[in-house]
Write a protein that binds this ligand. Structure first.
Ligand SMILES: [Cu+2]
Length: 244
């Protein structure tokens, strides 16, 4: 009879232990030191070069995806000088900590015979899902220096899933069928990176408190660097200015 009562109490005892076990305080301490974000803007000063008209008539499927002429800009600047497609990332300050890749893939779409987005960033060993939304066949061909090179033909609708094992900023991507198609894939060993939006804005989320070197890379304007100190619970602000 007594043994039977102890067996009934066992789930309550286990619940009590889980609620009060010593793991709880250390989890709290770790979340207290994260949660600081570094936000900012990348700006361009100067006169951006004129865009180039893309001649897509070699593939009627591409040409018919655009009602008017297609002008591409290597330097995409908004009215306020905000610079798009800049990769902003932490280089020093994270120590030897390893960061497992997220399970969600990053999507790179081929649409209107162009890469969308033009610059994509992901973690090493995170899946890159390449989508062909066009009615023509593409051939996606990243040309890395630190990673394995691959080159895949992609008929309309066929999915391609790949990844890169090592950090590399940034890998040029081309299409072997359409010579005007150009893009970049930036690969990081940690999750503290962002690509600026059309207004030049970026956010590096949830950086632990510490001192970091933050870099900004642009395909034509090069790389800039600055040091930022992040205090626990306090967001930082960074501005980069590229001149030409
Ligand atoms: Cu193509």
């Amino acid at each position: 009879m007594k043994t039977h009562r102890i067996a009934q109490l066992a789930p309550l005892v286990i619940t009590w232990f889980l609620l009060t076990c010593p793991l709880t305080p250390s989890v709290k301490a770790e979340s207290a030191e994260t949660g600081s974000s570094v936000a900012g803007t990348v700006k361009f000063q100067g006169t951006p070069p004129k865009g180039t008209r893309m001649e897509m008539s070699a593939d009627p499927n591409c040409a018919k995806a655009h009602p008017g002429p297609v002008i591409t800009q290597d330097i995409e600047v908004n009215g306020a000088g905000g610079l798009e497609d800049v990769v902003v990332y932490v280089t020093d300050g994270l120590g030897d900590k390893a960061f497992p890749p997220p399970s969600q893939p990053v999507v790179l779409e081929q649409k209107g015979c162009a890469y969308r987005p033009h610059v994509v960033a992901l973690q090493a060993n995170q899946k890159l899902e390449v989508v062909n939304a066009d009615t023509t066949t593409h051939n996606i061909h990243p040309m890395p220096v630190n990673n394995r090179e691959w080159n895949k033909i992609q008929p309309p609708g066929m999915p391609v899933e790949e990844s890169f094992a090592r950090e590399e900023i940034a890998i040029p991507v081309k299409c072997n069928v359409h010579p005007w198609m150009k893009g970049y894939v930036a690969v990081f060993k940690h999750p503290y990176f962002a690509v600026t939006d059309k207004d030049g804005n970026f956010t590096l989320k949830d950086l632990p408190a510490g001192k970091y070197t933050i870099k900004a890379w642009h395909e034509k304007l090069g790389t800039q660097s600055q040091t930022v100190t992040v205090a626990a619970g306090q967001g930082g602000k960074v501005e980069f200015i590229f001149k030409q």
